[in-house]
Design a protein around this ligand. Structure first.
Ligand code: GLN
Length: 548
């Protein structure tokens, strides 16, 4: 029988429910259990695809083309198994289904209500993942904070499911914050007590408390929390601020979160978790032999979460090169001819980020010119690849007005234009080219050298594409299409000849990088950056020797 674990949050948002859920899942997986995680978001958007990254961070995309919350990225990076449409559900999706059913006449004669119709649909979605029998344990993370009005139907559904399945088959982990008052030099348990009371008010007794804290929880505090929140002392788990999200599973192991969970669910904890690979990764992460500095050029750089998967992919690729990757974020809107050298000149590699719309595009394009000419390793992703094509067309082919029709709809040289099947699309949500598509790689390309096999599948999220009418001209001048979707005749990768490392990809490789499988392109990019650094050092030495 499938077991259910629900993760709720209290006291404050941004406590890292996703990381705690992913860490617990990792530990259970390491003990041989088949685990998946899903995220329920109480907002009314059908999915986060229409949200500005400033609102909700990066939009993560699954193989089957779901535009999802960025926590799904953590789930995949930790568990190394793909997620799907079913792993992210929002209030919008729930209501959309129920309202469609109402129109179809499914509830004919009945008044459609939050309870039972909305809660039944939530429960159906929670249990849907168990139907295939693929998973022993399903972890469901509820977005937001307990007490939020929009979260109530989800909390009520958990209450019902817990009752229906029985305490041995369903448990609730409540993640809270234990603030430290520096004036009093004391950790405070009151906000947690209140947040547990909020849960009790709606009929839920949490089984385990995971307490975010800046300082260790001593036995007195643990006992106090246990007493006031009706849990056993070993169900009070300390979650201290960690130096890396990848250390959290080890912290949770130390606190025996997995053991406590298994005991409560009546599952065996005999098999010790096999975390060899994970610990190997952590050791390398903490003891790098080299260091490189990479520039990340984008327009949402103020917010770390906007490029979450890129940052994580750098960490994975860094570890695989035994190298610390320092990422310098560079706002594309503020890049000008005057400050290129100062902002980009010292970098060992530059990644130009995905994006939408005209703001900051000229900074991206002009920075690529500088990177191309200074032979700094370059990696362009999606919009970044499109900008590389525009730059090359403008400055090498001399097509001064080359552009993407996304920004300049009447340009005479639309080197990037709207995909054929997008031209009649009028709605915004879920209508881009989304999910995994095939791509064939050319011999003698950076891509093939990196992936080491000719046929790949990568995830997409865009409306515009490389315009094949310019392919011959661009290739003759040295910008080669080295990855193509042959079925649809779409250029997916471009590379520059006579450059140490210059690659632009139409897809999002960052979404498939995991701890166990760092992405091959990120790995080869960091390798190229290391070589660049070495090369710079040698030329500097030569200079110094020469002037002696
Ligand atoms: N705006 C571009 C497009 O829609 C690129 C999208 C992206 O970078 N994800 O094609």
């Amino acid at each position: 029988m499938t077991k259910y674990i629900f993760v709720t949050g209290g006291v404050s948002s941004s406590l890292g429910k996703g990381i705690v859920a992913a860490s617990l899942a990792k530990l259970l997986q390491a003990r041989g259990y088949r685990v998946t995680i899903q995220k329920f978001d109480p907002y009314i958007n059908v999915d986060p695809g229409t949200l500005n990254p400033y609102e909700h961070g990066e939009c993560y995309v699954t193989d089957d083309g779901a535009e999802t919350d960025l926590d799904l990225g953590h789930y995949e990076r930790f568990l190394n198994i793909p997620t799907s449409q079913a792993n992210n559900v929002t209030t919008g999706k729930i209501y959309q289904t129920v309202i469609n059913h109402e129109r179809e006449g499914v509830f004919l004669g009945k008044t459609v209500q939050v309870i039972p119709h909305i809660t039944n649909e939530i429960k159906r979605r929670i249990t849907a993942l168990s139907v295939t029998g693929e998973y022993d344990i399903i972890i469901t993370e509820i977005g937001g904070t307990v007490g939020d009005i929009e979260g109530l139907p989800f909390i009520e559904s958990i209450r019902q499911l817990k009752w229906e399945k029985g305490n041995q088959n369903a448990l609730v982990i409540h993640l809270t914050l234990i603030p430290y008052l520096s004036a009093a030099k004391e950790l405070k348990t009151k906000p947690t007590q209140h947040s547990v009371k909020d849960l009790l008010e709606v009929g839920i007794q949490p089984d385990i408390l995971v307490c975010r804290t800046e300082h260790p929880l001593n036995m007195d505090i643990r006992r106090k929390l246990a007493l006031f929140c009706n849990v056993t002392v070993n169900s009070v788990i300390e979650a201290r601020d960690a130096d890396s999200i990848y250390s959290v599973p080890i912290e949770m192991l130390r606190e025996q979160l997995d053991k406590t969970v298994l005991e409560k669910l009546g599952l065996s904890a005999e098999v010790e978790p096999d975390l060899k690979k994970w610990i190997g990764f952590l050791n390398k992460l903490k003891n790098p032999k080299h260091e490189v500095t990479i520039g990340l050029v984008g327009k949402y750089v103020e917010l770390q979460d906007a490029y979450k998967s890129i940052h994580e992919a750098f960490i994975h690729a860094g570890v695989s090169n035994e190298c610390k990757v320092r990422v310098e974020t560079i706002h594309s809107e503020y890049l000008t001819e005057e400050n290129f050298k100062e902002k980009l000149g010292h970098l060992d590699g530059v990644l130009v980020a995905p994006g939408f719309g005209g703001r900051g595009i000229e900074g991206k394009i002009a920075s690529i010119k500088y990177i191309r000419e200074s032979k700094i390793p370059f990696f362009g992703i999606c919009f970044g690849m499109q900008c590389a094509v525009i730059e090359f067309a403008r400055n090498v082919l001399g097509l001064k007005d080359a552009h993407t029709t996304e920004v300049s709809s009447d340009t005479k040289n639309p080197v990037i234009h709207m995909m054929e099947d997008q031209r009649n699309v009028n709605t915004k949500g879920g209508t881009m080219r989304l999910g995994a598509f095939d791509c064939d790689l050319s011999d003698d390309s950076i891509a093939l050298k990196s992936y080491k096999h000719k046929h790949i599948q990568e995830r997409h999220r865009h409306r515009y594409e490389f315009n094949n009418e310019y392919r011959n001209q661009l290739e003759d001048a040295g910008l080669i299409a080295t990855g193509v979707n042959t079925k649809r005749n779409l250029v997916e990768i471009v590379e520059l000849k006579n450059h140490p490392y210059f690659i632009g990809v139409q897809f999002h490789p960052e979404l498939k990088s995991t701890v166990e499988n760092p992405h091959p392109l990120f790995v080869s990019f960091i390798e190229a950056a290391l070589k660049q650094k070495e090369h710079k050092k040698n030329t500097q030495l030569q200079h110094e020797n020469f002037s002696l």
